[in-house]
Design a protein around this ligand. Structure first.
Ligand code: C2E
Ligand code: MG
Ligand code: MG
Ligand code: MG
Length: 288
């Protein structure tokens, strides 16, 4: 192979960089019209109660299908929406759609729990609280069946008003979950004074739990600590029966992951619910 001179390397770097910013520009401009064009949908990923084997509820996950860009993953467009001032309208849409779905679901399954991801940028917005209360009342929902997921990184460095915001939601009855736990640097001591209802173990610790003793220790310790602080634990990224069973053994409360089900479109999710709620244990229902 021919050696690349330093200036050639910089040229390659520039090319790569300009491709990245070109993509970013495309995504940013496409994002501006995505809501109006109805390109978003809210998928539902089932969550199971690991101790009873029964359906617990679902996490709403945003999907964006653009005619030219195709499926753009939320890990790509959410940060762009956040930095370009568009996230609030996205969050509003997710809440509206999510609570609409929840209203239809609880008519059939009254105990169904819905979790929604909320950007840290929006959590403290007064309008968001108002929108939630308005819809909860209008749809006659139980706020205790609504969980707002905030990523662990959001909780760092904004100590001052974050606790008030979290307190406000919990006063209304809405629950708060710490998402992607283990990926940030917050201490459990700090998180516990913040007050939360649920800790979600990040999938990086769960996906390969069978081959990593370290991850087994992390998951077990997280379950024990969260429980002694009085909160529930959710494991995301359960991809096999072996990890399902192991987390069950750790006393992990709820689980979600490809082993149970991939995120599903709303109609598909209703079909899944219909089958899964009839099974005495979702785990057995899954083994084909
Ligand atoms: P998250 O909230 O931690 O969601 C879990 C992610 O793990 C989802 O990716 C889900 O599809 C994926 N997942 C679930 N089970 C498995 C599994 O068994 N194996 C593997 N490999 N992955 C699994 P997704 O849907 O691409 O979402 C990525 C992130 O984007 C979410 O992470 C969340 O932070 C963000 N996001 C998604 N929807 C929304 C939304 O409506 N609002 C906001 N603000 N953020 C969202
Ligand atoms: Mg989440
Ligand atoms: Mg997560
Ligand atoms: Mg995540």
């Amino acid at each position: 192979a021919t050696k690349c001179s330093s200036s050639e390397r910089w040229q390659l770097f520039d090319v790569a960089n300009s491709m990245v910013s070109e993509r970013r520009l495309k995504v940013t401009s496409a994002l501006k019209t995505a809501l109006d064009k109805g390109e978003f949908s809210l998928y539902m990923q089932p969550q199971v109660n690991l101790s009873t084997g029964k359906v617990h509820g679902a996490e709403g996950l945003l999907r964006w299908e653009h005619p030219e860009l195709g499926q753009v993953p939320p890990d790509e467009f959410i940060p762009i929406a956040e930095s370009s001032g568009m996230i609030y309208s996205v969050t509003e849409w997710v809440i509206e759609q999510g609570l609409h779905y929840q209203k239809q679901i609880v008519e059939l399954y009254p105990n169904h729990i819905l979790s929604l991801n909320i950007s840290g940028k929006d959590l403290a917005k007064r309008e968001l609280t108002v929108q939630l209360i308005t819809l909860i009342n209008e749809f006659n929902l139980n706020p205790r069946q609504i969980i707002l997921e905030i990523t662990e990184s959001v909780t760092i460095g904004k100590e001052a008003n974050l606790k008030e915001v979290v307190d406000d939601y919990r006063r209304i009855g809405i629950k708060v979950a710490i998402d992607d736990f283990g990926t940030g640097y917050s201490s459990l001591a700090y998180l516990s004074q913040l007050g939360f209802d649920e800790l979600k173990i990040d999938k990086q610790f769960v996906m390969d739990i069978e081959s990593s003793r370290t991850n087994q220790t992390i998951c077990k310790a997280t379950c024990d600590m969260a429980h002694s602080l009085g909160s529930k634990v959710v494991a995301e990224g359960i991809e096999s029966l072996a990890s399902y069973t192991r987390l069950q053994g750790f006393g992990c409360d709820f689980g979600q992951g490809y082993f149970i089900s991939r995120p599903l479109g709303f109609d598909e999710y209703l079909v899944w619910l219909n089958k899964a709620t009839r099974a005495d244990d979702v785990k057995h229902h899954l083994i084909r």
